[in-house]
Design a protein around this ligand. Sequence first.
Ligand SMILES: Cc1cc2nc3c(=O)[nH]c(=O)nc-3n(C[C@H](O)[C@H](O)[C@H](O)COP(=O)(O)OP(=O)(O)OC[C@H]3O[C@@H](n4cnc5c(N)ncnc54)[C@H](O)[C@@H]3O)c2cc1C
Length: 123
Amino acid sequence: MRLFATLTLSDGSRLKADFYVFACGPWLGQLFPVTVGDLIRSTKQDIFFFGPPAGDSRFTDEHLPVWGDHGKRFFYGIPGSDRRGFKVADDTRGEAFDPTNGDESSADDAEAHSRICRSRFLR
Ligand SMILES: Cc1cc2nc3c(=O)[nH]c(=O)nc-3n(C[C@H](O)[C@H](O)[C@H](O)COP(=O)(O)OP(=O)(O)OC[C@H]3O[C@@H](n4cnc5c(N)ncnc54)[C@H](O)[C@@H]3O)c2cc1C
């Protein structure tokens, strides 16, 4: 089924196709308030990347699996993360978040939690 004959882009140009895929992640609800609306809700979760000392390979994917820690909160970690460091995140659903204008700075308690979590691996 065709949804649109043509699609007008933000620069005024027009696109014509048989089908369109809108892969707009957390913005989908705002783009399609009637069809998607609240079906997609963005919430805030903080993530942290810790840089191991140069030459320390304990946190690369050869030596550490991806892990999850299901407790009152849900922490997970990813080694290496494309050389961005050792990732630790608290995936507990946070407050509602506006993906366009939301404050992306981390909450103090989230950082404290992730440091505690990381310290378990440094024993
Ligand atoms: C900080 C962070 C870390 C993550 N880490 C991991 C990880 O380590 N591993 C993992 O598997 N997943 C991770 N994820 C989750 C992963 O990034 C998402 O699941 C994935 O990116 C979703 O892809 P998507 O294409 O659906 O949406 P998105 O990646 O959000 O892409 C949506 C795109 O649509 C564009 N867009 C929005 N509105 C419009 C518009 N009106 N016109 C044109 N373009 C528009 C946006 O600019 C954006 O580029 C992470 C997410 C975040 C936020």
